[in-house]
Write a protein that binds this ligand. Sequence first.
Ligand SMILES: [Zn+2]
Length: 149
Amino acid sequence: MGMFDYFVGSLKCSTCRNISKTDSSTNMQTKIRSKPQLDEIGVGHPLQVSQSLAEGAGYLTVQQPKLGEVTRLLDIWTCPFCGTPYNWAEIIIQNGVIKDVLAVAKKRESIEQAHFVSDECLLGLAAELGLDYNHIDRHALIQRVLQFL
Ligand SMILES: [Zn+2]
């Protein structure tokens, strides 16, 4: 049993414009499943997401998913072509199945429409913005980063 799985998607790098294969080359690690086993999970794969599962896996809650609506996660990936780290991807889950995995911009709307965001998204951005995030409470990261977007 592995410590994590990989979200996989066809992801376009905003730096070099190349599009990734739908595999673990983007190194988008997630601990969202209760028994991760280094699987590549992407569009069409079943995935149950709840606040307790997400928080236990290192995600912060932006807002609770509403009944009957899609759930959106934000996670980080590394470009397999140019090596740019801390790119953002949105994983959209509907009725317990992954509906889409796509690259998204590091902007306010991406966070505001998400339900759960990997703390690594926020830490990566805080580092890019030059914020002294070591002294920010983990749960205050969302508001702190939003001030700069
Ligand atoms: Zn790239």
